[in-house]
Design a protein around this ligand. Structure first.
Ligand SMILES: [Zn+2]
Length: 221
């Protein structure tokens, strides 16, 4: 990024900061986030497993203020939220690594349609918001349907063979990153593609996990 485009990006970011007159978490007048909603974004990591048994640490429960802020980031272009949300993700990442050797952090890829709509990749800007380098090793191999409303088996079928690794590099340890985990089918597919390319997938981190009761409700329908 050249000097001028870097400066323009910073100016855009500052303008967005000044212009956002309501808290993203509760709509009270505030700049970006009120102090109560900031507190609601402090990580309270929960451990989960994907359908195929990969360990996942999620920083937050996907409900209330965190869910509203994540939707603002994903659907309303509030990319400034990648900083406070990224710091929660950082806590989950530290819980996975526990002071051991630093693995590569690989974001789940963003589909072409979602990238065209948003102009950014959510797992990637969250990783950068966490102050961590993102290794874009996974690419979409085909398009998939929206996972919402699908049960566990349908989710797995929907994402099967939907990703591929950019290149093979045997032996490197990686940790996958996604924004929201429900059943973990997407993370399992990312792990499958990386393992096929020779990477060792240690675990995954997610910004938020959907509460289990909602999973079961969705699966029952
Ligand atoms: Zn608030």
């Amino acid at each position: 990024m050249g000097y001028r485009s870097g400066w323009a990006a910073l100016a855009d970011e500052l303008a967005a900061f000044v212009l956002s007159g309501f808290c993203a978490g509760c709509d009270l007048p505030a700049t970006l986030l009120c102090s109560q909603c900031c507190d609601a974004l402090v990580a309270a990591p929960v451990r989960r497993e994907t359908a195929l048994g990969m360990p996942v640490v999620a920083a937050l429960a996907y409900e209330g203020v965190p869910a509203r802020c994540i939707r603002r980031l994903k659907e309303e272009g509030e990319t400034m939220l990648s900083r406070p949300l990224g710091s929660a993700l950082r806590t989950a990442f530290d819980a996975v690594v526990e002071g051991g050797p630093r693995p590569l952090l690989v974001p789940i890829p963003t589909g072409r349609a979602a990238f065209r709509r948003r102009g950014y990749r959510v797992p990637e800007i969250l990783t950068r918001g966490a102050g961590l380098p993102a290794s874009r090793l996974l690419l979409p191999a085909r398009s998939t349907a929206d996972q919402r409303g699908l049960d566990i088996a349908e989710r797995s079928r929907n994402v099967a063979r939907s990703m591929r690794a950019r290149h093979a590099r045997g032996g490197r340890e990686v940790v996958l990153v996604d924004d929201v985990i429900t059943t973990g089918a997407t993370l399992d597919e990312g792990a499958r593609a990386l393992k096929d390319a020779g990477f060792q997938v240690r675990a995954a981190v997610a910004l938020a996990a959907t509460p289990r009761h909602r999973e079961f409700t969705a699966n029952a329908s």
